[in-house]
Write a protein that binds this ligand. Structure first.
Ligand SMILES: NC(=O)c1ccc[n+]([C@@H]2O[C@H](COP(=O)([O-])OP(=O)(O)OC[C@H]3O[C@@H](n4cnc5c(N)ncnc54)[C@H](O)[C@@H]3O)[C@@H](O)[C@H]2O)c1
Ligand SMILES: Nc1ncnc2c1ncn2[C@@H]1O[C@H](COP(=O)(O)OP(=O)(O)OP(=O)(O)O)[C@@H](O)[C@H]1O
Length: 517
């Protein structure tokens, strides 16, 4: 009787496959569950060969059903990847559209703002070895209505990015990293060397972001605002909380701008030439999270305890800002990850929640649940592994020195493009962390047969619950975070791991004692 029911269920599944083109994983997993229950109920006797054979056959069916369910998840991952590609393509097209529109503005700008200056370098624009600010900061939205917005463009300082190759002054820049001459494959010049930012017109607007509840930060902020206004004649933006603090101190600060609602924050990247952060790494993360698209260059001053991403000394702020405003400056282009939560209830893969951009990492963990997390992971359309443990961290290389490091991941130079795949307390002896290439899309699926929910958090904030059937899809975001370097990307990185973590600090062995003769 039970056998007949089961065969009927399996038939039902294959009919729906024929009708719909792919299997419903809920019904598959229900069938799998039914098989498991049946196996437990069936009075299997060690000495009854038929029953043993029968239970083996059922196990094989259960495995096949699981594989089919995994197939569906792979198809979903592929759909998400196509969606991402489509969005990038759309972004690119809108951007090209903008370039032609922006050309007129820049012509007017050049005449007004750069009168008397040689505009040779402006005309050649990006040339062969650089990138212009409108390419970094433009987010591709169609500006149908706004003359106001266009007026704001003309106020923005433009800059040019270039890569140091064979010394700073070399004009040579190679995009190809591999040459193929006479049948020999040779690695040629690498393209992503130290990046240098050169202003093409003077920066005019600075946004200052500060760590809350700190008296020393508040005092420095007031000093810096006055200096930038009086000595540098800049427009200053701060958060509404900070404007209130400044006005409480003195009504002279009423020249400081802020915003009234969050919608205005989405336009900030069009007004702001430079962002200054006063705080620790958390304030840099906060600054990055305010920009859902392109991010203006950030100058991070250290007023926290660790400061991996905050190389500038606050005591020397005038000197530092002087040289940043003059340029050129070395910058680190920090990659971000774009994360989509795809709900099982969504009608299709395109129906995702608002993407969330992270500078450090997205973590999928067990939250308050006391069960192991059970997560199925796919990289593009390939199955990677199942995570059984406390969770998984998908980290940028900038985030490699944060939570991922604590979970046993490698430390990676922030300019290396890649996604770190680091398990948190895996219940397995052989689960080593991975580093995956920048171009992949990773999908972390909470399977239907998971015992518990999982929780995703983004740079340590904004926890979202993932129920069985939900997934988190993650790929490299098109908008990096440019942070100014004190010296250069490598020097700053090495200094931060030496000073922040005391990396490989050991007393030097004494000279005397046994030695090779
Ligand atoms: N076990 C852990 O190590 C652990 C646990 C939770 C969160 N975190 C990290 O905290 C980050 C959030 O930082 P926050 O300042 O808002 O929270 P927070 O105030 O709790 O500070 C966390 C600590 O992580 C340091 N940190 C942040 N980003 C870093 C980076 N890229 N490299 C090296 N250290 C870094 C900060 O300086 C700070 O000391 C998360 O993105 C996560 O990486 C770490
Ligand atoms: N402008 C801001 N508004 C709201 N919250 C902020 C802002 N800037 C920073 N934060 C939050 O304040 C917390 C502490 O910030 P931050 O890490 O910069 O200082 P810190 O803890 O003193 O530094 P460190 O971690 O190096 O000791 C972080 O959780 C961060 O998200």
């Amino acid at each position: 009787m039970e056998l007949r029911n089961l065969v009927f269920d399996c038939d039902g599944v294959s009919t729906s496959q024929a009708d719909n083109g792919f299997l419903s994983s809920i019904s598959l997993l229900n069938s799998e569950k039914a098989i498991q229950e049946l196996l437990q109920q069936a009075p299997v006797q060690q000495n009854d060969d038929h029953l043993i054979e029968f239970s083996e056959a059922l196990r094989t069916v259960a495995k096949a059903l699981r594989r089919a369910a995994e197939g569906k998840a792979a198809a979903q991952a592929e759909a998400a990847e196509w969606k991402r590609k489509f969005e990038l393509e759309r972004e690119r097209n809108l951007h090209l559209e903008y370039l032609s529109l922006d050309e007129d503005h820049r012509d007017a700008d050049r005449r007004e703002n750069l009168a008397g200056q040689s505009n040779k370098h402006v005309e050649q624009c990006c040339g062969s070895n650089g990138l212009c600010s409108h390419e970094v900061l433009r987010n591709g939205e169609a500006d149908s209505d706004s003359k106001v917005v266009q007026d704001k463009y003309t106020r923005k300082a433009s800059f040019k990015l270039s890569w140091w190759c064979k010394g700073e002054h070399s004009e040579q820049h190679k995009h190809d990293i591999v040459s193929f001459e006479k049948g020999n494959i040779t690695t040629a010049e690498r393209s992503s060397k130290q990046i240098s930012l050169k202003w093409e017109s003077d920066p005019q607007t600075v946004l200052i972001l500060t760590k809350p509840n700190s008296t020393s930060v508040q005092i420095l902020c007031a000093e810096m605002v006055s200096w930038l206004r009086e000595q540098k004649k800049l427009d200053i933006y701060v958060e509404p909380r900070v404007r209130t603090e400044l006005l409480t101190e003195s009504s002279d600060f009423n020249f400081v701008h802020t915003w009234k609602d969050d919608n205005e924050i989405t336009l900030l990247h069009r007004k702001v030439d430079l962002v200054v952060t006063l705080g620790g790494d958390g304030t840099v993360l906060w600054a990055a999270s305010m920009f859902k698209g392109p991010v203006p260059p950030i100058v991070p001053f250290s007023l926290g305890s660790l400061g991996f991403m905050t190389p500038f000394y606050s005591e020397r702020y005038k000197e530092c800002l002087d040289s940043v405003l003059k340029g050129p400056i070395s910058i680190t282009l920090r990659h971000r990850l774009m994360c989509h939560v795809v709900r099982d209830a969504a009608k299709n893969e395109y129906e995702t929640e608002e993407p969330i951009l992270v500078l450090n990492e997205v973590t999928i963990d067990r939250g308050i649940s006391s069960y192991l997390t059970y997560l199925e992971c796919y990289c593009d359309s390939s199955f990677v592994t199942c995570v059984q443990g406390d969770g998984l961290i998908l980290s940028t290389t900038s985030g490699s020195t944060a939570y991922s490091l604590a979970a046993g991941g490698s430390m990676v130079h922030p300019q290396v493009p890649g996604i770190l795949f680091t398990p948190i307390c895996p219940h397995s002896l052989s689960f080593r962390p991975l580093i995956l290439p920048e171009h992949v899309t990773i999908r972390v699926q909470v399977p239907f047969n998971s015992r518990s929910h999982a929780w995703a958090s983004f740079d340590g904030k904004d926890r979202k619950q993932l129920r069985p059937g939900d997934a988190l899809v993650c790929s490299m975001a098109p908008w990096p975070v440019p942070t100014a370097c004190l010296v250069d990307s490598t020097n700053d990185f090495l200094r931060s791991i030496h000073e922040g973590l005391h990396w490989n600090l050991r007393k030097t062995q004494s000279f005397d004692g046994p030695r090779d003769t």
